[in-house]
Design a protein around this ligand. Structure first.
Ligand code: SF4
Length: 395
């Protein structure tokens, strides 16, 4: 059968995203930096940093998500005990092997002790690099957490201005907020498409397109999203007899791409997930007019995603985001996939499972590491889960 023009465009977009994903030397970011003098690159780890600030300083925000299943960790293991997750080891490996030697700054968001400790190690190991542990509020009152966070943002903005040798203006920041609002809108469209017609945008494919946003300038990523949405919507793809699931727990160390593929092969359409949350952490557009730091802070306080690394002060609210995600996407069950030894995800899981049980939502749970190779057990578990959902729902 001849490939349609649209089909070849789709293939081209996904192949490009796949090669960006496979490239552990970050060539695209290196090329961006080399294209003009004085360009700088600032790396960041999961879950969330305000990329608008980096963009406003004229720099490239670069998502660092560990080494995946293609990187052999040789030195990284020596820095850590055996009973913690893998992402810090492979990130150290990326650093000591020179793969991040073009990165001028690194941001380590406050998500868990492992990332916090990594920020200290980075300072010692790479003293020439600007490193910052980026703290966020766990109090959601405007006059307490809000003020605290505005100060954190102002400090980061000041540091970025020092790094480039010129302060960042409010106008630059407003422009960057608008650019990221557009990117967030397109990412929401992608998730809406997956929730509505998941066979049109398979999870692994959508993940690759989203992940390209970790290494590309945001303007290019928005273009890629736009092209992908148009091509994926127009493509005629077969609809399978899959059940619809929400995938959760995958917010930091990334599951292997094969794991995401395996879920769909096992009969599960992933209609929502918490992968790469930085792309949609803020759940609505940030106002462009007014004080930009205040706007970013208020959006963080009142319009941001829920996840294990974020404190939920209202016990009745705990876990309800997951129930809402299931209802919103007409999902039939939840898969908890957590990185081995991930404290935030694994401590949260029993509480979330309790909430799902009360809401009569079926779930299954397993663990992974970014370099897990054996997908057969996961495929069996996910397949059995999908079959049991079909039996319970009587379809
Ligand atoms: S995978 Fe979990 S424990 Fe490991 S760095 Fe990420 S949040 Fe922390």
């Amino acid at each position: 059968m001849a490939t349609s023009v649209n089909g070849s465009q789709l293939h081209h977009i996904v192949s490009r995203a796949q090669s960006l994903f496979d490239d552990l030397s970050f060539s695209a970011a290196r090329e961006w930096k080399a294209a003009a003098p004085d360009r700088k690159v600032v790396g960041y780890m999961p879950i969330y940093v305000p990329r608008e600030l980096i963009h406003a300083a004229g720099m490239l925000p670069l998502g660092i998500l560990g080494g995946g299943d293609q990187l052999e960790v040789i030195h990284g293991d020596a820095f850590y005990q055996s009973y913690i997750c893998r992402i810090p080891r492979s990130t150290i490996e990326l650093g000591v092997s020179g793969r991040l030697d073009f990165v001028d700054g690194m941001l380590f968001p406050s998500i868990c002790d492992v990332i916090r400790n990594l920020s200290g190690m980075w300072k010692m190991m790479f003293p020439q690099v600007y490193s910052r542990y980026f703290d966020v509020p766990q109090n959601y009152r405007d006059d307490i957490g809000g003020n605290y966070y505005i100060n954190e943002l102002a400090e980061l903005l000041h540091d970025l201005g020092e790094l480039r040798g010129k302060p960042v203006t409010d106008e630059e920041l407003r422009n960057s907020i608008a650019v990221y609002n557009e990117n967030r809108r397109l990412v929401r469209d992608l998730y809406a498409l997956r929730a509505e017609r998941p066979w049109q945008a398979p999870a692994a494919e959508a993940y690759l397109v989203l992940r390209a946003g970790m290494v590309l300038p945001v303007e290019q990523h928005s273009e890629l999203l736009r092209d992908y949405l148009a091509a994926a919507t127009a493509e005629d793809r077969p609809r399978r007899d899959n059940c619809r699931i929400v995938l959760t727990g995958v917010f930091c160390e990334q599951p292997p791409l094969n794991l995401i593929k395996s879920l769909e092969l096992a009969g599960c359409y992933v209609v929502d997930d918490d992968l790469l949350l930085v792309t949609r952490w803020l759940t609505s557009g940030v106002p462009v007019e007014g004080n930009p730091l205040e706007n970013l802070a208020l959006s963080f306080l009142h319009h941001s995603e829920s996840t294990a690394a974020k404190y939920e002060p209202d016990l009745k609210e705990k876990g309800q985001h997951l129930v809402r995600a299931v209802r919103r996407t007409s999902a039939e069950g939840v898969i908890f996939a957590c990185p081995s030894f991930c404290d935030p995800a694994l401590l949260d899981r029993p509480m979330l499972q309790h909430v799902l049980k009360d809401a009569n939502i079926p779930y299954v749970a397993f663990k992974y590491a970014e370099n897990s190779g054996q997908m057969q057990p996961i495929r069996e578990q996910a397949g059995t889960f999908a079959d049991s959902i079909k039996l319970w729902s009587g379809t």
